[in-house]
Design a protein around this ligand. Structure first.
Ligand SMILES: Cc1cc2nc3c(=O)[nH]c(=O)nc-3n(C[C@H](O)[C@H](O)[C@H](O)COP(=O)(O)OP(=O)(O)OC[C@H]3O[C@@H](n4cnc5c(N)ncnc54)[C@H](O)[C@@H]3O)c2cc1C
Length: 372
């Protein structure tokens, strides 16, 4: 399969490449691994927003770019390859905005979308809980109707970027008596509300990127409910397709991969290993583009997203493993590959966990793609 870009897509890529070259030259960022999720820079996001690159796929009548998901990949591929800091808008652009567009009322679209499009509102994803990760339907955080709004009580965990975010997009149980998939709803909760406590979790590199969040009778207005009460499970299934189907699933360690390409040298074994990684990365890219084409056809990618993420994150982890073998045991901490190996080594285990574990995603592929 040959993937060719239209003139419009090539023009977009040229604009993005020029922007990145300018930003790099101005020293606004230095490439690093995992910058789409840990590179938090509201200034960079605002510059992207000013160019119309946040909400690129959203309808023009809501201020979006009206472009396709494939167009968005044409852009994000360059941003991810550059290791640019995208975290201040990534979740809202990829997932929350499309969800408000799909399930929100007109009033909610007017309330929530413009500030995302301006690069001014940051969202985090409030799904996982101590007892609810892969088994997400086990969510216990409660949202109970109270006067004109809702009272939220519970505990979320592994919430990336909560410490920087304005809102959490929350999956909560609104009907404990219903069958467990039917009693869930989605709410947008401002994180500066009274009763919200955010506690850092440090990962094994020592970095603070995710958090625990405690909700202690947090009041949110009635407009916070997105979509239909009790329909949260079905709504979230669509969002997970967007979460899993991006090029970030193969390009988190692109800075390391570029360094490997530069340092492969004449060693035939290394050349073979690099060649195998190159081939696999290209297949992963095609799987991601296929999932975007599914989104462009009008439905969120489902098993296509699961397949892309399993395959791609496997290759990302292999890149780190091969780089580590080339560098040798001591070199993981010694600035090897432009300093990209050490951070990549420490975050690589998370590639096949965040966004849904690869074991669980293989189950989705087996059931929904293969009908097993
Ligand atoms: C870096 C990072 C960032 C994250 N950010 C967020 C975030 O922003 N918001 C958020 O809500 N969550 C976030 N998460 C949480 C993530 O979604 C969960 O960790 C993930 O879904 C797995 O859930 P768990 O940790 O509870 O593991 P468990 O579900 O307890 O799984 C433990 C093990 O059992 C296996 N397993 C479980 N069920 C099955 C099954 N049915 N079949 C086969 N194997 C199974 C799993 O594959 C895994 O190996 C993040 C996680 C990481 C690592």
């Amino acid at each position: 399969m040959e993937l060719t870009f239209t003139d419009e897509q090539l023009a977009l890529r040229a604009e993005v490449a020029a922007f990145l070259a300018e930003e790099r030259a101005a020293g606004s960022f230095t490439p690093r691994v995992d910058a789409w999720i840990t590179g938090f820079d509201r200034g960079f996001t605002k510059k992207m927003a000013a160019r119309g690159w946040v909400g690129l796929t959203w309808p023009t009548r809501y201020g979006g770019g009206g472009r396709t998901y494939v167009d968005r990949l044409c852009m994000t591929e360059l941003l991810l390859a550059a290791g640019a800091p995208l975290a201040a808008h990534w979740f809202a652009d990829r997932q929350m905005g499309p969800s408000v567009l799909a399930h929100g009322t007109e009033a909610q679209k007017e309330r929530y979308l413009p500030e995302i499009l301006a690069g001014e509102a940051t969202y985090c994803i409030g799904m996982s809980e101590p007892q609810a990760g892969s088994d997400l339907a086990a969510v216990r955080t409660r949202a109970v109707r109270s006067g004109s709004g809702w009272l939220v009580t519970g505990h979320k965990v592994w919430t990336s970027l909560a410490q920087h975010s304005d809102y959490i997009y929350l999956l909560a149980r609104t009907d404990p008596a219903a069958e467990r998939h039917d009693g869930l709803s989605e709410l947008i909760v401002p994180l500066r509300s009274e009763g919200v406590t955010i506690t850092p979790i440090h990962d094994m590199s020592g970095a603070h990127h995710f958090n625990e969040i405690f909700f202690d009778d947090v009041f949110v207005d009635g407009d916070a409910l997105i979509g239909t009460e009790g329909n949260g499970w079905r709504q979230i299934t669509g969002q997970l397709g967007y979460e899993r189907a991006g090029l970030e699933r193969i390009m988190s360690t692109w800075a390391l991969f570029e360094a490997m390409r530069a340092e492969v040298g004449d060693d035939e074994r290394r050349q073979e290993e690099l060649g195998a990684l190159e081939a696999a990365a290209r297949v992963a890219r095609l799987l991601v583009f296929r999932a975007a084409a599914v989104a462009d056809s009008g439905r969120p990618p489902d098993h296509e997203a699961a397949m892309a993420k399993v395959f791609a994150t496997d290759i990302e982890q292999k890149m780190v493993e091969v780089a580590s073998q080339w560098a040798g045991r001591g070199a993981r901490t010694a600035g090897a590959f432009g300093g990209h190996l050490a951070p990549a080594w420490l975050i690589a285990p998370s590639f096949s966990i965040r966004g849904g574990t690869n074991e669980v995603l293989r189950g989705i592929v087996a059931r929904r793609a293969l009908g097993l």
